[in-house]
Design a protein around this ligand. Structure first.
Ligand code: PHE
Length: 341
């Protein structure tokens, strides 16, 4: 067995102690400290362990001295480790070290508006640029605003209970207090005209309700955009121009608008509005010149003022622009569908 000189053993030990202590002192993060602990104090291959093995090679006579110095060195090194550990655990040093400003941040998943809400915002913007203010009306309506003032008499088939969501009127029972979920946003025409004096230029966007069976093109609740313009001189040509400018703005290309004769109780004449789209025509909604009976119902003089009104389907516009085939998709609330818009 090779004998190790005491001097050599002791100087190696001193050097090991100095290296270990300064390594522990320099450790600025938990993982660095741990690596140093394994290197110097590791139970199997630690450098202190190796030094301890070296102890057995020291001459027997020198062993008491060597052993004593070894124990001292071990204590010093362990103390340096404990001090470093406390320093990291206690102070802000660890947190400062754990926060690495060069690491990529954790991105927050941001949601966005529902495609129908986005469409409503966009349509509102376009009509605002054309000088139309936004008006709102209630979704629970009375028969005056949903029917009567719109020239829809009690006998009219549009008032059929099977075609409307009537609400049972609690307690009262008076026929004129009958309430229903509005079946069209034309109700807002009446509410606006009842309060405002002409000229009037508004759009109203919101939900309407009809007891339709849901399929690719129907849903018991959907959204309409209603437009109304009342002034001294307003013509069908103005109506067509406004609708064409609107459609071109929304679809971002030159769009043509076509009127087909139709009937609505509250407009005369009445038209169905089609617009050209990729070589074909698609139906967007109804329009016409406000019926004199309607103007009278809100206290306007049909000899003095005249105007147009239109009502378009919001889902239909949105679906057309994005190529959505089935309007039920809008209301399933499947995020995989919604996040595409
Ligand atoms: N309110 C009609 C509908 O829901 C649309 C319309 C609005 C027609 C305004 C003419 C004027 O079908």
């Amino acid at each position: 067995m090779t004998v190790v000189a005491l001097d050599k053993f002791l100087s190696d030990l001193d050097q090991l102690t100095a290296t270990a202590v300064s390594a522990f002192q320099a450790a600025s993060a938990a993982d660095v400290l741990e690596a140093a602990r394994v290197e110097f104090l590791g139970a199997k291959n630690g450098r202190l362990k190796k030094s301890q093995k070296g102890l057995s090679h020291v001459d027997k006579a020198d062993k008491p001295v060597a052993g004593k110095r070894f124990n001292q060195a071990k204590q010093d090194i362990e103390a340096a480790y404990e001090t470093a550990k406390e320093k990291l655990a206690g102070g802000g040093t660890e947190q400062a070290a754990a926060f690495d400003p060069t690491e990529p941040g954790r991105r927050r998943r941001l949601g966005h508006g529902h495609p129908v809400s986005q469409t409503i915002e966009e349509l509102t913007d376009i009509f605002a640029r054309l000088g139309f203010n936004v008006a709102e009306g209630p979704e629970i309506e009375d028969e005056w605003h949903n029917f009567e003032a719109l020239n829809i008499p009690p006998s009219h088939p549009a008032r059929d209970p099977l075609d409307n969501f009537y609400l049972s009127t609690a307690g009262g029972g008076a026929a004129d207090r009958q309430l229903l979920l509005r079946s069209q946003t034309s109700t807002v025409q009446i509410r606006v005209m009842e309060k405002a004096t002409p000229p009037v230029r508004i759009v109203s966007l919101g939900r309407v309700y009809r007891p339709d069976t849901a399929d690719a093109t129907h849903y018991p609740m959907f959204h309409q955009i209603e437009g109304l313009m009342i002034d001294r001189k307003v013509t069908m040509a103005d109506l067509k121009s406004v609708l064409r400018m609107f459609c071109s703005s929304y679809l971002g290309e030159e769009v043509h608008v076509r009127f087909r004769p139709s009937f609505f109780p509250f407009t005369e004449p009445s038209v169905e509005v089609d617009m050209s789209w990729h070589g074909g025509w698609i139906e967007m909604g109804g329009a016409g010149m406000v019926d004199p009976n309607v103007l009278q119902a809100v206290g306007y003089d049909p000899e003095e003022v005249i105007g147009f009104a239109f009502g378009l389907g919001v889902e239909r516009l949105c679906a057309r622009r994005h190529g959505i085939q089935d309007i039920r998709e809008f209301f399933k609330n499947d995020v995989r569908f919604l996040e595409q818009f």
